[in-house]
Design a protein. Structure first.
Ligand code: OSB
Ligand code: MG
Length: 368
């Protein structure tokens, strides 16, 4: 395939309710929608998942736009790409900027799947026909967390991720366990602790958590290995794993027992699949993390999560978890605790152009 154009759109949408983390409250989400168009006029969609501010990674919507427009898209000029896996090596001379790379990588995967007339999940090697739905609880009080859990249980979700920090951990989890002794829960700390908090984190072993996600620094691998020796709860790394090499080092050092794979965070589906395949050979279970993203990125997540190593329910929630109306048709739906993996070509969802128009902030067409 050879590309003729790349369309970049920035959209902005309010969340149905505020998303509380110790790093700040997310009330509205900006995102980048990428459409790649081949010389033959076929289309593929990707999504850039950087936030408006660099609270989760160093990238932002603005830095992603700059890197896409001025660096990555020009690298595709005049290039014949026969496999979507060829994109990542083309981008390898560009340091980091994983989220910008991922948006373009995803769009090329979708385009390629559509050209071949196969579902993206099949092209990736996925085998699961449906993926277990999990959801994140990000509340600002135990009462609000319990109310969210009750609602999501009624919706059929199979796994609950609770945001914790030193300001809200033991008491919150004790309260949840008092009401739901056997609920499958994991705690996501988003790097809010240090090794000095090891005893405090060890105390959370009381709650039979599935795992604790990213307790220590966002870029640490060494200290997590010390912590894992001290606590029984399996550590899952999120922020610390931005490349295949990070995953290999973390596993080698015993820094985690589980990995949360986000295509957006690791530079795209090619790298995500590589991490998945490696974890499978090492017996490390993986799950697919979310980014409070829009439907295009969620669709890519669903396809990725259909790979056989994704044995733990991920942040795969319905469009209505965050949005009044998503930018894909139909919206992602959870039925009896599962999300169906589409069996139509590419990501398997069409674009809700009306919704894109309503939320559009900026648009740019780049001709190659
Ligand atoms: O740490 O997993 C995280 C959302 C944005 C950025 C980072 C994280 C999250 C979530 C929400 O926890 C996951 C979702 O989209 O369902
Ligand atoms: Mg996380």
């Amino acid at each position: 395939m050879q590309l003729a154009e790349v369309h970049l759109k920035v959209i902005r949408m309010p969340l149905k309710s505020p998303f509380y983390t110790h790093l700040g409250t997310v009330k509205e989400r900006e995102g980048i929608i990428l459409k790649v168009i081949s010389k033959e006029g076929m289309e593929g969609y990707g999504e850039g998942v950087a936030f408006s501010t660099p609270w989760y990674t160093e990238e932002t919507v603005k830095t992603s736009l700059h890197i896409l427009e001025d660096v990555l898209i020009p690298l595709l000029k005049g290039k014949q790409i026969n496999q979507p896996e060829e994109a990542a090596p083309l981008f390898s001379a560009v340091r980091r900027n994983h989220m910008a790379k991922a948006g373009l990588d995803m769009a090329l995967w979708d385009l390629h799947a559509k050209q071949k007339g196969v579902p993206l999940s099949v092209l990736l090697g996925g085998t699961q026909k449906q993926v277990a739905a999990g959801v994140v609880v990000a509340a600002n009080s135990p009462e609000a967390a319990l109310a969210q859990i009750e609602g999501y249980l009624n919706d059929g979700y199979q796994r609950f991720k609770v945001k914790i920090s030193p300001n809200q951990d033991y008491r919150l989890l004790a309260e949840i366990r008092r009401h739901y002794p056997n609920l499958p829960i994991l705690a996501d700390a988003n790097s809010s602790y240090t090794l000095r908090d090891a005893d405090r984190l060890q105390a959370l072993d009381d709650f039979n958590l599935l795992m604790i996600e990213q307790p220590l620094a966002h870029d640490d691998i060494i200290e997590h290995s010390y912590l894992q020796k001290k606590i029984n709860t399996p550590i899952c790394l999120d922020e610390s794993i931005v490349t295949f090499e990070d995953a290999a080092k973390a596993i080698e050092l015993g820094s985690c027992k589980v990995i949360n794979i986000k295509a957006g965070r690791v530079g795209g589906l090619t790298e995500a699949k590589k991490i998945h395949d490696f974890c499978l050979t090492k017996g490390i279970p993986v799950w697919c993390g979310g980014m409070i993203e829009f439907g295009i990125s969620r669709a890519h997540n669903i396809a990725l999560a259909s790979l056989s190593g994704f044995t733990i329910p991920g942040d795969i929630s319905a469009s209505n978890r965050f949005w009044e109306e998503d930018i894909i048709h139909p919206g992602v739906a959870v039925e009896k605790g599962f999300v169906k993996v589409p069996n139509t070509p590419g990501i398997g969802f069409s674009i809700n152009e009306k919704r894109v128009k309503e939320t559009l902030v900026m648009e740019k067409i780049i001709k190659l």
